[in-house]
Every structure is written in structure tokens, then in C-alpha cells.
Design a binder for this molecule. Sequence first.
Ligand code: UDX
Length: 447
Amino acid sequence: MKITIIGAGYVGLVTAAGLSDLGHSVQCLESNLEKLAHLQNGAVPFYEPGMQDLLAKVTQSGALQVAGFSKQAVADADIVMIAVGTPTGAKDGKVDLQYIHQAVDQIAPHLSGGAVVATKSTVPLGTTRQIAARIKKINPQLNFAVASNPEFLREGQALYDFRNPDRIVVGCETEWAREKMRALYAHFIKSGVPFVEVDLETSELVKYAANAFLAAKVAFINEIADLCESSGADIAGVARGIGLDSRIGPKFLNPGPGFGGSCFPKDILALSQMGEEYDSPLSIVEAVMESNAARKQNMARKIITACGGDVKGKKIAVLGLAFKAETDDMRDAPSLDILPVLHQAGAKLHCYDPKAMAAAAQLLPFAAMAKDSAAALQDADAAVILTEWAEFKDLDFAQMARAMRSPLLIDLRNLFSPEDLASKGLHYVSVGRPDMVPEPKKRISHG
Ligand code: UDX
């Protein structure tokens, strides 16, 4: 089919590349000229494993074309997919739909009869219906239909998630348009992926409810980890013990510094606002927001406490800044809440992140950026792990213990076994598990 996607960000570009790799003919239109220049030079303007290679493959084959806005690309399309950002408005904290409106106004005059306009972006209840009204107003004679088609892509695993969806959700109220959406995803339907067909609002709510539920699961295990710390229980045992219940499942039970990213915080705020708007309060969603915000402050205090209650003048190595591993995305990263508190308390922060340092340097001007972990750790009074990058698992801890002024590692991602690190001479503080002090140096008996 001929697909035109508006927006070449984390969602639009992955979707465009993925669909073209399945055999569709896709045009992806990006209005940001700097991003567009990157893309037309074959470079992906963000880090997403596998994206660079896939973009090269599908652009060389011609299956995917990336361009600026093109009327022809809109007129050619069987389906026009809107995949622009819907950030939280800075002023009122509400979902900012300006980019959605811009995209709709741009495409409406050029759509061909029989086109489906599918919203891929995460939009509040009722937005897809408003998009239909907006198009009708601009182009009253046009025979078109709208659809809601939320994505469930995780950053860092977006290509995997595109190729291996647990389900595809389509909100649509026009049978011929539903047929087109089935044709779009025929590959997945044939391989048995559940294809959930619902109405527009139901589809929009699935996206928010899914993210809010996942965020609640993370906030829940984080609070249980706090109870483990104060009671001597072990969070790894609790997570395993509850995760084996098939109704709970083992995923998203990893305690950490609090959730961040471009989706969870924004989507749970939007969902809580919808609760108010429809006079159906979502107290659990609100509790998740409060719990997560408190956690980031608690984590800063945990670090200061682990450093003896005072970090004034101390060099603290910070390993990991991005909101999670395998991404360069700093949006709502816990580091943005935790590091200012340490800085205010007088700590000298030396940070390293494999992919996010360029973005982080703008956001954390008070922190020094180290070229690698070893440089950050040299003569440090403490080290803090905020992001679960795989390369941190290969650190040489005995060497780390020798290089640091004091061998204190505060691991907010539970990457290591406490016993193992203590045996290497580190004082190891983690989440929801007892602290481990280094074993006393073995006295070598002299006979
Ligand atoms: C999320 C949803 O998973 C995805 O389906 C949706 O499309 C977009 O939002 P993403 O924000 O990329 O994806 O990251 P995700 O892997 O879900 O992690 C979200 C946050 O929760 C991160 O800050 C992560 O560190 C944290 N997290 C996740 C935990 O702290 N513990 C976990 O066990 C899982």
C-alpha cells in the first residue's frame, strides 16, 4: 500500500522504516529542517539500536522516502499516519496538540477520496474524532475516514517491538477504512498477532491505560523495595515470588530510581486530567505520579545518606544519565531530578553516559562530563549508577575500588550481586537489598 507518515521522530521513523521493510511504499515527511537534513544524509537524528542500518536498507531500496512536506505524498496515500509529538504543554500541563493541528491542516486540502487518516501519536480521548471534524471543515466534499492506531514501542527496543507486537489496536468506525487498516497490518494478522478492532475512544484509552498500568507496576515495586530496605527483606526475592504468578508476570518489576522518559510521565498526567475532565477521578494514577515524584527526591537523599549524610566537596561519579539504557533520551530522566539535589548539597559531579552525554550536558550545566567510566571514577568519594547500561556490568570492580578515594558504589538499578561486589572490596548500596560492606582485607598470617 502507499503510506505517508507525518513526523520522523522516535515513533514516525521506526514505523515508516518498519512498514516499508514489510513491503509497503512509504513516504515519511519531516518538517524540522535540521532533522530532515540528517535523515536525507542517511543519519538517524537519535539513538535507536538497529535504526541506522534499517534506514539505509529501505531508503536504498526506495521502499522508504524521507522528505519535507509534499502535497503529492499526501494525495498518493491510501493511509496518512500522523506521528507527531504530543508533549505536555509547558504553561497549563495539558497535552499540547499544536503539532497534531498543524499536521491535519497541512494534509486536509490534499487528501484523496478514500484516504484513511490514522493517528499514531498518543492523543487524549476524543482527539481522533476532533481530527475528523477538522478535516471535514477544511475539505467538506472529501470522502475520508479517521482511525486511531496507537503504538506500544519502547525506546531502545522500538524495532523489536514493531516487529513483534503483542497486539495491534485499531479504533475505527467505517468498515471500508477498517479493511484498509487490516491490509496495512496483513503481515502481522497472518502471523497470528491479535488485531483488536474497537471504536475511536476505546483505542485512545487503551494506549493511556496500558502506559499507566505499566507505570503503576514500576511505582509499586519501587515502594515495595523501600519496605524491603527498612525491613531487611530482599526485593529480588519478592519480585521473583510475585512475578511467577501468571496474573502478575515477571516483567516491569525491576526497582530503580523512578520511571522517566517521554511517555510514562506525560501519559499518566494526561490520563489523570482526563479523569478530572470526565468527572471520573483516577486516584491510583494520581498516586503513581506522586509516588514517582517523591521517589526521585528520596533517591537523592539515599545517596547523601550513603555518603555519610554529607556530600559537600565530595567527588561523586555518576554512571548513566539517560532515562533508561539503550537510548540517548533525557526526557524526564531521573538524573534531572536527582543530580540538582546533590549539586545543591555541594557534591562535585562527574558524569558518564554512553549515548546521552551531549543532550545531558545542556540540561545539567553544573555537572562535569567525563570521557568514560574510569575517568569519572578516578579519585571519586562515591559512584552512583542511574541507568542500566550493559557496559557498566563489565566494569572491573577491584580496579574501581583501588581508583576511588573511597570504594562506595550506590547502584540504583541493582545490576550486581551484593556479595560479589563486597568480595571485590566495594561498599555496595543498592535498592531493596541490604547494604554490603567490603569484607575485611584477609590478614596474611606470617606463621
Ligand atoms: C513506554 C512503554 O513501555 C511503551 O509501550 C510505550 O509505547 C512508550 O512508553 P519507554 O518509555 O520507552 O516505553 O520505556 P520503558 O521501557 O517502558 O520504561 C519506562 C520507564 O520505566 C523507564 O524510566 C524505565 O527505567 C522504568 N522501568 C521500566 C523501571 O524502572 N523498571 C522496570 O522494570 C521497567
